[in-house]
Write a protein that binds this ligand. Structure first.
Ligand code: ZN
Length: 223
């Protein structure tokens, strides 16, 4: 799939889209307070949601703009978690947008002991397999620790989504809509995982996953 590099002509539309989607995410309770951040790739850099601002109250004119060397060139200061996004963009040239949320059910799963670190949520549904695929668990580091970025770099070329332990998910997509749809699918599947914790389950088997990958392509190779 070709990279979703946005042109200058798209920038204003993307600024509005980031704010509209941020408001929708906040109003539906998918992240709280000033947590969560969104970024989109531009032809000449990136737009990031600013630090210490609720996703529910973003201003298109004040989004942070970084140039191709990751220098802050316009708008408010970027989210302190922007390095998580940059680590993922470095490994995923096809990524056009990244969303990170402290979504309740995904964050709850990220605190469970004994998860499979290579794939921490079972493949319960076809849409989860198609949008997320395998979900690695990134070990806990304190907020801002550069080792978090290093850990993301270590697996992001193979995965469009990662779950940060005791924290929340980081998900990329070829477009902003694709990234948001994928992180919402992840959050819903995390909810299923928690609902089913004490129930014998029947996730999709290897043959069923191979069939999905053959028909729709592996999720980790798209955005
Ligand atoms: Zn976070």
């Amino acid at each position: 799939m070709s990279p979703a590099i946005h042109t200058h002509a798209d920038e204003n539309r993307l600024r509005e889209a980031v704010c509209d989607i941020g408001r929708s995410i906040f109003e539906r309770g998918l992240t709280a307070g000033s947590s969560g951040n969104i970024s989109v790739r531009l032809e000449d850099g990136w737009l990031f949601t600013p630090t210490n601002v609720s996703l529910g109250r973003l201003d298109p004119a004040r989004l942070s703009k970084l140039d191709l060397a990751s220098r802050h060139v316009a708008g408010d200061a970027p989210s302190k978690e922007s390095f998580l996004h940059r680590a993922m963009y470095e490994e995923r040239p096809q990524a056009g947008a990244i969303v990170h949320l402290h979504a309740t059910h995904s964050a709850a799963v990220s605190c469970i002991d004994g998860l499979d670190h290579d794939n921490c949520i079972p493949p319960f549904t076809a849409y989860y397999v198609m949008k997320i695929g395998r979900l690695p668990l990134i070990p806990y580091y304190r907020p801002g620790d550069p080792r978090l970025g290093d850990a993301i770099r270590g697996c992001a070329c193979r995965h469009c989504a990662v779950l940060l332990a005791n924290h929340g998910p980081v998900v990329s997509g070829t477009t902003l809509d694709a990234a948001v749809n994928a992180i919402e699918e992840l959050e819903e599947t995390a909810k299923l995982f928690l609902l089913l914790r004490n129930t014998p389950t029947r996730p999709l088997d290897e043959r069923q996953i191979e069939e999905l990958n053959a028909v729709f392509g592996p999720a980790g190779q798209s955005g």
